[in-house]
Design a protein. Structure first.
Lengths: 338, 338
DNA sequence: CTGAAAGCGCTTACAG
DNA sequence: CTGAAAGCGCTTACAG
């Protein structure tokens, strides 16, 4: 910066002013500075700037599983708006672990993050409050936080699960297993609620033994589906609560040589690129994953530039994509009472 | 830090020393400082430290497509070692765009990254040299760089493609279409080479019109496979060069109501979680994705702490996973001359 | 073994 | 409109 100043024949204060687009620099000086910047290929030091203005250009993104393609797509939405606005993304993979999550929050504090996007490990209790106290805006994405007033963007999970299960019921399935997620997280809690609501509203008796909420991953889905399919009277259909548990459920089904949808139908939350490639193609609840990330990042940037706007919550709508695994095409949903 | 010093009754220099684990601080003082740190819940400011030591705790990770699950798994490997060593990950999604890639490199320079991991958009020409000049170690992952001497970790792409195509040939397929990647990238160049090598070594005539190298994504795969399947004498089998193009090829196959492997067999590079869920299950070339990231990050940290070790290149081995889409089970590979 | 002091590269009141 | 100067929170020679 000193070099640039010397080269342009001005003070470093002036250089700083033109770099920050401050008003009130004579056009002649401004262009001399800009020329010098170009000539020397100067790049402002971000660490020094962060220290001085007490805020970095870094946005923290705390998600629970970077290997879940759902999040990957959210990340893409976030990256697009961050990049367009000169922010940079610090990726924090909490791995569904509260300790790791909190360590990342402390790191973000130490980095003086401009803001943080979080999909919390649990709806209760994490250190996000410390971020807020430090003046760092937080927005919750995909998963809510109970004790904190922050902007949040989620999808209508209840509705999504409701649509999927209702569709199965409309096809004649009454005995539906739920391959679900832990309920301390928003999607886990709400998708289960949607499942229950669909049964109740269609006069189907809710059976607790048909509902599993053991995990987020493929192995969990496999395990839950296996338990369900091993029952004396196994479900006619499975509703799997995310793309990973769907894959696990599929493993359990294939392992038994069961045919879809004749022996057992299946509908999965999350419409993934491989859904149509399955045979039969997967009926799914599509989430606006990219928009989730994009909207959340947008809200965060807004909050960064204007701290005291109204707290907003945006709820995005999922969509039912009917293909064949639900039995729609064949009119068959599970063999047992069709 | 001043607060901590006052609380412990020492100078800030001493506080800094214990925080940095410098030798030569009396144990009594050390523990007084540590107590003060705990009492005040003190967290060292990373921006200030970065400015002073002229290096941050940030590792830049430049990849071309965060939505490609291949990279996502690499990222996970990187994150594990970064996290364990107190480093933090700056995610840079270049989107196969050289301009964006270079902008991210400049940002990393401005952030004084401790090191950067890059999967370059092209084997030639990017600004990584500037990183090296600034004393920032670089390691190439999955994709090589021509003009730069850097540690690199890749998989044996030639061998992977060779195994897949050879397997198809051994099943009786001679007319094999290649659904490939642009050749300015290492996997693109090498997988094509492996495909060709397998044909040549098994005495099969290489036909240029059967080899497509148009892109990395599902839509590209769909497009390439469509062209291939629309030919007068369409291929008996398709070898798709990554998981996304495989999915695209599958779309093209299903769209035509073709049956796998009877009408057309398929083998794909990348073994994904959905591979076994397909019907028939996908025969695939499995890559050690997590290890790729883990090894690369490990190399980078080693290079950070010891600048002048020998430059190393590690080549990881892929594996052929035989399932049914290649025709193995039925003994059928494409209908046309079987 | 410990502290006082300089300085990393910026930004921004303050004075002119 | 512009510059000199203070200071952000650290680390590390240097002196003792």
């Amino acid at each position: 910066m000193k070099d640039v100043a010397r080269h342009a024949g001005v003070s470093i204060a002036t250089v700083s002013r033109v770099l920050n687009n401050s008003t009130g620099v004579r056009p002649a000086l401004r262009s001399r500075v800009l020329d010098a910047v170009r000539a020397l290929n100067y790049q402002r030091d971000r660490a020094a700037r962060s220290l001085r203005v007490r805020r970095s250009q870094i946005i923290g993104l705390i998600i629970s599983d970077i290997q879940n393609p759902f999040f990957t797509s959210v990340v893409r939405g976030v990256e697009d708006v961050a990049y367009q606005n000169g922010y940079t993304l610090l990726l924090c993979n909490s791995d569904e672990d509260r300790v790791k999550e909190n360590l990342y929050i402390e790191t973000l504090l130490a980095e003086r993050a401009a803001g943080v996007l979080i999909s919390p490990v649990s709806e209760t209790e994490n250190l996000s409050g410390a971020l807020l106290e430090a003046g760092i805006p937080v927005v919750a994405v995909d998963r809510r936080m109970n004790d904190l007033q922050v902007d949040t963007v989620v999808v209508d999970n209840i509705r999504g699960a409701y649509m999927g299960v209702s569709h199965l019921i409309s096809l004649g399935c009454h005995h539906i297993g739920y391959v679900g997620l832990p309920t301390w997280t928003t999607p886990g809690r709400e998708r289960k609620e949607g499942y229950q609501q669909a049964l109740v509203e269609h006069g189907v008796t809710l059976q607790e033994r048909l509902v599993k909420t053991e995990g987020f991953k493929q192995a969990d889905g496999y395990h839950m589906a296996s338990e369900l399919l091993n029952m004396d009277r196994p479900p006619q259909a499975l509703f799997a609560a995310n793309n990973l548990t769907t894959l696990g459920a599929l493993n359990a089904i294939h392992e038994r040589g069961l045919s879809i949808p004749h022996d057992v139908a299946i509908v999965g939350f999350d419409d993934m690129p491989w859904g149509p490639a399955l045979n039969p193609p997967l009926t799914a609840i599509a989430q606006p994953t990219y928009d989730l990330g994009y909207t959340a990042a947008d809200l965060l940037l807004r909050r960064i530039s204007e701290r005291n706007g109204e707290i907003t919550e945006v709820v995005l709508e999922p969509q039912l994509v009917v293909r064949a695994s639900c039995g729609y095409v064949t009119g068959v949903c599970g063999s047992q009472d069709s």
